[in-house]
Design a protein around this ligand. Structure first.
Ligand code: BES
Ligand code: MN
Ligand code: ZN
Length: 492
């Protein structure tokens, strides 16, 4: 999608396949008013007749008339409120995009002169518009012999000054959406394509496309040498070798501590010997969505090129049962030296993450965030609307909550109290990999906390947020927006 900014003098003189106007029923928006005047009150007429009520998200096409240069006019209702909430703005834009998709126009011009979004400057609207449009252009095509046609719209111009701040807003919105789409695509790909080796190949390709970015992939032999017995216990039953993928982006000063991202990349989770039931097991191809969000975030960050250092680690493995698979009761030794009793081979995410977290510790990160589709319990607790946020530092948690709020990609703070830790006691190892039926998402986070004691660390459980089921089944690309928002706030 090509998105540009263009100032204009006379809205009636704008040449475009489609002029998009936002308005309430009173034509408070001055551009809408001018168009109404230019075409002899045609707009007031359809409002008066009740054909267009201008409620939030209502859309209608205004028939062409002589007074204007655009081929058609798309009206989007803003409702009666003088100020929209960010969520209302999204709802309105989404309705507009849906209507645009029905007209087959290739370019459009967005003109809104009176729209106010609570606590946001105008450029926030341009960023969000760019982001939503780019997100809407995503189509899954890879394994379809008759894919859905791409979006007809190719270019959007936004009627606003082409100054540096506005340009940056549009660029950020587009880049974040492109990163989100990368995460969606990796999530949606089936597990027979998207293997740990495939993720490594994608990461290497990303490294080649951008300056300041380098990618290293550790194979099983190297991980063995580093003592990653926990991570390797997960891939033991699979014919697909595990990969530890490291992406370093150096946009900041040399020597500045990087911010670290760590993604759970289980490319398929059968549960292993603790085999999952068959229903919906296909959805466990999404068990690498944490990794996908990390790679998507790096895509966006590389495109935006902020002055910050970031190190991203993806722990990629496939969890399969076989004669070589890890068995319940097996004890493995993690890179940290702590021994782990694997009471349930389906609690594998924490087993790959703990070694990846220990590994990233050697970078002495300024902050560390791991992202994982870690527990069904988190879906029970929060559903799909919020990611579960756990942290060993309340001020860090507050920063991430705020980033999620701003990016409209929200998380919810969950407890990580010591009271829960004894649930992980084991008679045969330093720690058990499950903590019983109570507070499953909390004990999973408690497990990870044993490996991040010396880091400013947070864990995002995205088991509910990472994909949608039902008719719109597909990956959401969350929480790329939250992560980008946070990392950009760290740029100097
Ligand atoms: N990947 C799953 C968690 C999951 C399940 C995410 C369903 C989204 C939807 C994870 O590896 C897992 O199996 N967790 C177990 C942990 C349990 C054995 C302690 C779970 O949640 O049941
Ligand atoms: Mn599992
Ligand atoms: Zn899993």
């Amino acid at each position: 999608m090509q998105i540009s900014l263009k100032s204009y003098k006379d809205v009636a003189a704008i040449r475009s396949d489609c002029l998009i106007l936002t308005t309430d029923a009173k034509l408070s928006d001055s551009a809408a008013k001018k168009i109404d005047d230019a075409c002899g009150g045609a707009l007031s007429k359809i409002i008066k007749r009740g054909e267009f009520a201008a409620k939030l998200g209502d859309t209608a096409y205004l028939p062409v008339c002589d007074g204007i240069k655009a081929d058609r006019i798309l009206l989007i209702g803003t409702g009666e409120a003088a100020t929209l909430s960010p969520a209302d703005f999204d709802k309105m834009v989404t309705a507009g995009i849906r209507a645009l998709n029905q007209s087959r126009c290739q370019d459009a011009c967005w003109v809104s002169e009176g729209l106010d979004v609570a606590d946001k400057e105008d450029r926030w609207q341009w960023q969000r518009l760019a982001q939503l449009l780019e997100l809407a252009s995503y189509r899954y095509t890879k394994t379809l012999s008759k894919p859905k046609p791409p979006m007809t719209l190719k270019r959007l111009s936004i009627a606003a000054s082409n100054n540096a701040a506005n340009k940056a807003a549009v660029a950020h919105g587009s880049a974040i959406a492109k990163g989100t789409n990368v995460a969606k695509e990796l999530g949606n790909l089936p597990a027979n394509i998207c293997t740990p080796s495939y993720l490594a190949t994608q990461a290497r390709a990303l490294g080649r496309r951008f300056e300041n970015t380098s990618v290293t992939v550790l194979d099983e032999k190297k991980m063995q040498q580093l003592g990653m017995g926990s991570l390797l216990s997960v891939s033991a039953g699979s014919d697909q070798p595990a990969k530890l993928i490291v992406i370093e982006y150096n946009g900041g000063k040399k020597g500045d501590a990087p911010h670290a991202l760590v993604g759970k990349g289980i490319t398929f989770d059968t549960g292993g010997i603790s085999l999952k039931p068959g229903a919906k097991m296909d959805e466990m191809k999404y068990d690498m969505c944490g990794a996908a969000s990390v790679i998507g975030t790096m895509e966006a960050i590389c495109q935006i090129a902020p002055k910050v250092n970031v190190v991203a680690v993806v722990a990629a493995a496939e969890n399969m049962p076989s004669g070589r698979a890890t068995k319940p009761g097996d004890v493995v030794t993690s890179m940290s030296g702590q021994t782990i009793e694997v009471l349930n081979t389906d609690a594998e995410g924490r087993l790959v993450l703990c070694d990846a977290l220990t590994y990233v510790g050697k970078y002495k990160p300024a902050s560390t965030i791991d992202i994982a589709t870690l527990t069904g319990a988190c879906v029970v607790a929060l559903g799909k609307h919020a990611a579960g946020l756990f942290s060993n530092d309340d001020s860090f948690a507050a920063e991430l909550l705020a980033a999620g709020q701003t990016a409209q990609d929200r998380a919810w703070h969950m407890p990580l109290w010591d009271d829960y830790q004894p649930q992980l006691d084991s008679n045969f190892a330093d720690i058990a990999n499950i903590g019983g039926p109570e507070a499953g998402s909390v004990t999973a986070a408690c497990f990870l906390s044993r490996f991040t004691k010396d880091q400013r660390w947070a864990h995002l459980d995205i088991a509910g947020a990472a994909w949608n089921g039902g008719a719109n089944k597909g990956a959401t690309g969350r929480p790329v927006a939250l992560l980008c928002q946070y990392l950009l706030s760290k740029a100097s």
